[in-house]
Design a protein around this ligand. Sequence first.
Ligand code: SF4
Ligand code: SF4
Length: 311
Amino acid sequence: MALGAPFHLTVLYRGPLSSCNYGCPYCPFAKHRETPEEHEADRAALERFVAWVESQPFDVSVLFTPWGEALIWPRYQHAITRLSRLPHVRQVAIQTNLSGPLGWLRDADLGKVGLWATYHPGEVSRERFLKRCAELDAMGVRYSVGVVGVPDQLPEIQAVRDALNPATYLWVNAFTGGRPYTRAERAALTHIDPLFEVNTRRYRSRGYACQAGETVISVDGDGAARRCHFISTPLGNIYAQDVRELLAPRPCTRVTCHCHIGYVHMPDLDAGAVYGDGLLARIPEGPEWVAPGAYLERARQLWRGGRLTGL
Ligand code: SF4
Ligand code: SF4
């Protein structure tokens, strides 16, 4: 892109952190506590990244997508607070299990902070998780709550939905590790999350436009920039060059895209119409959220790959 053009870049940051205080049986980061060396490497990488954001002459939004739980650590709490207070940062969001302290949020610009909070029923009681959500409500923090749609856990998913603040969006990720959903399960999950269907299929993405690599990038702790978390080829390094030199419109090179943090950047899906400023934290705030039918139809068209010939 041309240097100097008005610009807003979204960065998905994933540093070296790979540890978690929870023990989810399906997760490689479960119960791994970081060593002092790992702590220092992640701290230094995070500090460098935040300083980089501070120095950029254009608007930036950040989504932290750690491999593990980062928000239990003061360094991430400070980083989000610091970023939220920068005039040129529009949004800063993080994926979290919501187990860490929350009082630090009072120092952040809450108009810019969004939490992507996942409920892990085997790791925390429903009561304790809901108490954390109530604390967020009391502080006026924007957040979404999410669960994995494991069929056996449908009663628990329904129970947490029923107990949550009705204004809080509960997203359900499709569970891909088991048998197909029955029609009744699918209906129940769609009743809980009106956008559930959007997450149930892989998107045919190869050859299709995606803003990843143009207005959205993924950055690791060393500064290597990739267009997204799912295409490993680096575009360059944000610490070695002006990041805008790395950005260009590019069709997707993967056969499919199946993760929310990826497919929402496909312009034909127009996820912004549903999520608005809440896109990074998965909080529907856009005008289409009141009637998301057009969004579902756009998703179905993308699954079919119906807009391009020869796929
Ligand atoms: S909370 Fe998340 S990162 Fe931690 S063990 Fe569970 S799935 Fe893994
Ligand atoms: S469609 Fe998905 S895999 Fe392809 S570039 Fe976009 S985010 Fe990456």
